[in-house]
Ligand binder design. Structure first.
Ligand SMILES: Nc1ncnc2c1ncn2[C@@H]1O[C@H](COP(=O)(O)OP(=O)(O)OP(=O)(O)O)[C@@H](O)[C@H]1O
Ligand SMILES: [Mg+2]
Length: 459
């Protein structure tokens, strides 16, 4: 930790303060005048200043004023032999953290110092968390050169700078959280807080209090006042993930909040206001939830100022291998391995899989491969059995994922029907052709046309 700066023109006092500090494990730097202190502040950082009020030359009060101008957050403790209540009040008003009258017990001073040290550590931790978040959510960490991904990155940097509310719609694992983070990081709000709330993970009864806070005694268990996360996000961005899971009554309160930034804590009667940008996401079919009355249409329109639709991985073409190699590199580093590449057969498998779990599924597959693979190339047998994941994918409404011309959609649908039947028949082509009521030759032709492998992917 950085040292404390001690300012006193009495050498004995300096030495005894230094000893008190050292015994508690604090580093200290000592100077004999306010002028020297200002010089030191230019060159070094300190977690707090302890200064005598009366110094030769510039006084401790003047030093306090000067440092508050340049460094308003730096804790400042004044020590004086001539304490009067008025001086104490003046010092606190001028921004001093505390005011100690000589003589004082070392514990009195140490109490203040430890409070300041704790605060300093907390600030540092916040700072590093924020930096880490910023690092993780850089635009160039959103991998993909397929046209929709190139457009997506462009749209992020354009929209980030606006204040617009954003709604992100996409299947599970398509990178919605990544987009939300990048929107904050590339905005003018990036130095302020970024608060994420997963609406599905918090029980409905608690979500309102989490979002908007509560007053002491507002409900059983509300033993003290709690600030809302929207207050924490003031000046910054709040990301409401899985917004489709929010109850209708809370949706109404959110709507009001979106209109003008006002809200009331549960049990409170004061209307509060913050300046927060809202980004929301869901992997549900939002139109469906509106139709069945689960989601308010007015809230949808209010959120849907700008809409992002990260495409499912199966529509991103060569991005599959780009991402696979990106994750391979990353996991090599993390697991201290050096797997050079992905074999041809494994590449075919990755390219043919439909990725119902999207990028998350791919990332997990590569992580697993890096753990299991003992050669220097990812082989098919270190990839997961994709049949299970494909089964899961079928549960979803596959038709909604088709895009393109009628012909393209028909070919895609055909390819899925064939793959499903092949899997059901353990890749026995005779049986599959029979079940589909086509000739073996026709089956082979269609498989080739759709790039369907002849054998099960993982054998
Ligand atoms: N384009 C991308 N480039 C690199 N990594 C990505 C990309 N898209 C997603 N990822 C990674 O894939 C994983 C899943 O992404 P993310 O959590 O953003 O998905 P999601 O859309 O929020 O999913 P869910 O709806 O399940 O919450 C994360 O580890 C994320 O870092
Ligand atoms: Mg998510």
């Amino acid at each position: 930790m950085v040292p404390v700066l001690i300012v006193d023109d009495e050498r004995n006092m300096l030495l005894s303060l230094q000893t008190i500090m050292r015994n508690e494990g604090y580093e200290s730097r000592m100077v004999a005048s306010a002028e020297e202190a200002l010089e030191a502040l230019k060159k070094e950082s300190f977690f707090m200043i302890i200064s005598d009020a009366r110094l030769g030359g510039m006084s401790g009060y003047e030093l306090l004023e000067k440092t508050k101008e340049q460094n308003p957050d730096l804790p400042f403790v004044l020590i004086t032999a001539y304490a009067t209540p008025k001086l104490a009040v003046d010092a606190i008003k001028a921004g001093a953290t505390d005011y100690l009258a000589k003589p004082f017990a070392p514990e009195e001073l140490l109490h203040v110092v430890s409070r300041c040290a704790e605060r300093h550590k907390l600030l540092e931790k916040n700072q590093s968390l924020r930096e880490k978040a910023r690092e993780a959510y850089r635009l160039d960490h959103i991998i993909g050169e397929s046209p929709p991904m190139v457009d997506l990155r462009k749209l992020i940097s354009k929209v980030a700078r606006s204040q617009a509310t954003v709604l992100i719609l996409g299947e599970s694992g398509t990178g919605k959280e990544l987009i939300a983070g990048a929107l904050h990081n590339h905005s003018e709000r990036s130095s302020e807080n970024y608060v994420c709330i997963n609406c599905a993970a918090i029980p409905d009864a608690l979500l309102e209090s989490e979002l908007f806070g509560h007053q002491k005694g507002a409900f059983t268990g509300a033993i003290k006042q709690k600030l809302g996360r929207v207050e924490e996000a003031d000046g910054g961005t709040i990301f409401l993930d899985e917004i489709g899971d929010m109850s209708r009554s809370l949706q109404a309160k959110l709507l009001r909040f979106l209109e003008d930034g006002t809200f009331t804590r549960i049990g409170g009667n004061q209307e509060l206001r913050v300046d927060v940008r809202v980004v929301a996401a869901t992997n549900q079919d939002i139109i469906e939830t509106i139709k069945n009355g689960q989601f308010r249409e007015d809230l949808f329109h209010r959120l849907n100022v700008v809409q992002f639709r990260p495409p499912p991985l199966r529509e991103r073409g060569e991005d599959v291998m780009l991402l696979a190699n990106h994750f391979l590199k990353g996991f090599n580093v993390v697991m201290n391995k050096s797997i050079q590449s992905i074999s041809e057969e494994a590449t075919t498998m990755l390219n043919h899989h439909l990725w119902p779990g999207n990028i998350r599924e791919l990332r997990n597959a590569i992580e697993r491969a890096v753990i299991l693979e003992s050669s220097n190339e990812v082989q098919p047998f270190s990839l997961p059995d994709f049949r299970l994941s494909t089964e899961l994918g079928k549960v979803r409404d596959l038709h909604s994922s088709f895009i393109g011309s009628l012909d393209e959609q028909i070919v895609q649908f055909e390819s899925e029907v064939i793959q499903n039947m092949l899997e059901k028949n353990s890749y026995n082509q005779g049986k599959t052709a029979e079940d589909l009521k086509i000739s073996r030759h026709a089956l082979r032709y269609r498989m080739q046309r759709s790039n369907i492998p002849l054998r099960p992917e993982n054998q």
